[in-house]
Ligand binder design. Structure first.
Ligand code: ZN
Length: 89
């Protein structure tokens, strides 16, 4: 079940301009540049729920590629946090 539509109302049916540019709204990482910095906790947090789970792609709006990268980044960040925690005291 991947075909859920969460878009509310705003279908571009009555639109005028015939531009193929933003048909799907690129994810913020596509806009930004590409790579996700796993050390950027503030950024990663935007994609985590209160419980620290990764927000699903449908909700976050990420493309598949970057969602994947994000997941990896979060895991890495967790891993590092774990290590530094252990080492700190
Ligand atoms: Zn992307």
């Amino acid at each position: 079940m991947d075909m859920e539509r969460e878009q509310q109302g705003g279908d571009r049916d009555g639109g005028g301009g015939g531009r193929f540019f933003q048909r799907r709204r690129p994810c913020r990482f596509c806009i930004d540049k590409g790579s996700i910095d796993f050390k950027d906790v503030g950024l990663l947090r935007n994609f985590l729920t209160e419980r620290g789970r990764i927000v699903p792609r449908r909700i976050s709006g990420n493309c598949m590629r970057h969602q994947r990268e994000l997941t990896a980044a979060v895991k890495r960040a967790r891993h590092i946090a774990l290590i530094s925690f252990a080492e700190e005291r």
